[in-house]
Design a protein around this ligand. Structure first.
Ligand code: SF4
Length: 392
């Protein structure tokens, strides 16, 4: 089977009209930031009310090997690194149980992209476990989690084919893959995505479209500050809106800020400022359909509470048991402390599941996942849902 989706992408999905980009650029540059944020907040309030949500989850980095080499990544380990690994089923289960015992409802499988296609070591390690691809191993690990715990798997496995998405949909409540950027320039030598076959924008667009046609509740987003221009940032948001308009499967868009870390190729690259984040969050809220949850991580910016004023309605996943494996130097906020900060900002903090209520339908969830949710309904639905969410 081909590595990447064989879905034919219509030009409509990647051809964003330059005049549309210019319109939003003018809005961004000609409107004072405070006014832009007010506009965005008003749109958020009308749909999501005064609730800011998060998902209590346990992170399971199934493998930290990857065939890509993004210049900002600290998660990935070369197969020759003693820390490179594939988690065993026992380790997966141990983490899952720890998360379940701490009140998590979601288990996030995050993993590098197809290391077995590039390196002999992960291929051999997978074979020793009885598998030829990471996707097949991931499928069985999702099944294991569903069989042994009340947790709902969310899968972050990067670019996937339509076949892989449909297979994984049977055993996961939702999936995700950051679009990151639409910039092809960043695949050139010296740029953030040089020699990263899975970071060629069209491959990510293919996965987004295939997820749409497969009706997978999907999380995506953009990574800002990795060398993209302001136009490219707007282009990425417009593209996500276009794809969602066609398939209606995007439940969340994350606005994530690049973080400088020692020992990465981009160690000296400037980080986006707080104002860059606020402006991009506000623009995302203005560009995207109101039903799309807009999320920004609370652990990557000290003044994250200001994101609320820019229009977010969600913090994403917060774990009481595992670190942020992608940004290990930034600990998760304490949930009680975050609740107080959110309350002081005039909102309420609410816990949600990995799959949003409007996607809890036969079209979007497999019978196995629906049964898993209803079996544990009392345990899995302790939160007040955002008021407008159900009727949307
Ligand atoms: S960011 Fe993701 S795709 Fe890039 S090297 Fe790291 S794990 Fe691989």
């Amino acid at each position: 089977m081909a590595n990447l989706s064989s879905v034919i992408i219509n030009k409509e999905f990647y051809d964003i009209d330059k005049s549309e980009i210019d319109t939003y650029k003018r809005v961004a540059f000609n409107t004072p930031l405070s006014e832009l944020m007010q506009r965005a907040s008003k749109k958020r309030d009308a749909y999501w009310g005064k609730m800011i949500t998060y998902s209590k989850k346990v992170f399971v980095p199934l493998t930290n090997m990857c065939r890509d080499t993004c210049s900002y990544c600290t998660f990935v380990k070369h197969p020759d690194d003693p820390e490179a690994k594939i988690m065993s089923p026992d380790e997966v289960l141990k983490s899952a149980r720890k998360g379940e015992n701490s009140g998590c409802k979601e288990l996030l499988f995050s993993l590098g992209e197809k290391p077995e296609k590039r390196y002999a070591k992960p291929k051999k390690a997978l074979a020793a476990l009885g598998y030829s691809t990471m996707t097949d191993y991931l499928y069985d690990m999702c099944k294991l989690v569903i069989g042994e715990t009340s947790l709902l798997p969310h899968v972050n496995a990067g670019t996937l084919s339509e076949y892989e998405l449909k297979k994984l949909k049977n055993v996961s409540a939702s999936m995700g893959m950051m679009l990151e950027t639409t910039s092809k320039r960043l695949n050139k030598k010296g740029e953030a995505h040089y020699a990263c076959p899975d970071k060629v924008p069209i491959q990510r667009i293919r996965t987004l479209v295939a997820a749409g046609s497969s009706k997978v509740p999907f999380t995506t987003g953009i990574l800002i500050g990795i060398g993209e221009t302001f136009d490219e940032r707007i282009e990425a948001l417009l593209l996500l809106e276009k794809i969602n308009n066609r398939y209606g499967h995007i439940q969340e868009v994350i606005i994530q800020n690049f973080q400088r870390k020692p020992n990465i190729e981009m160690a000296e690259h400037p980080e986006p400022s707080l104002n860059d984040m606020l402006q991009t969050i506000a623009l995302a809220r203005i560009i995207l359909s109101p039903s799309i949850s807009i999320q920004a991580p609370p652990n990557l910016e000290q003044e994250h509470i200001e994101y609320i004023d820019a229009g977010i309605n969600d913090w994403g996943g917060i774990s009481p048991v595992t670190k942020d494996f992608i940004n290990p130097q930034h600990p998760w906020p304490n949930i009680d402390a975050l609740a107080t900060m959110v309350r002081n900002a005039g909102f309420e903090l609410g816990e949600r599941l990995t799959v949003y209520p409007k996607f809890n339908t036969r079209q979007f969830l497999s019978p196995t996942i629906s049964a898993h949710i209803s079996k544990s309904a009392n345990k899995l639905h302790p939160i007040d849902k955002p008021k407008k969410l159900e009727s949307a």
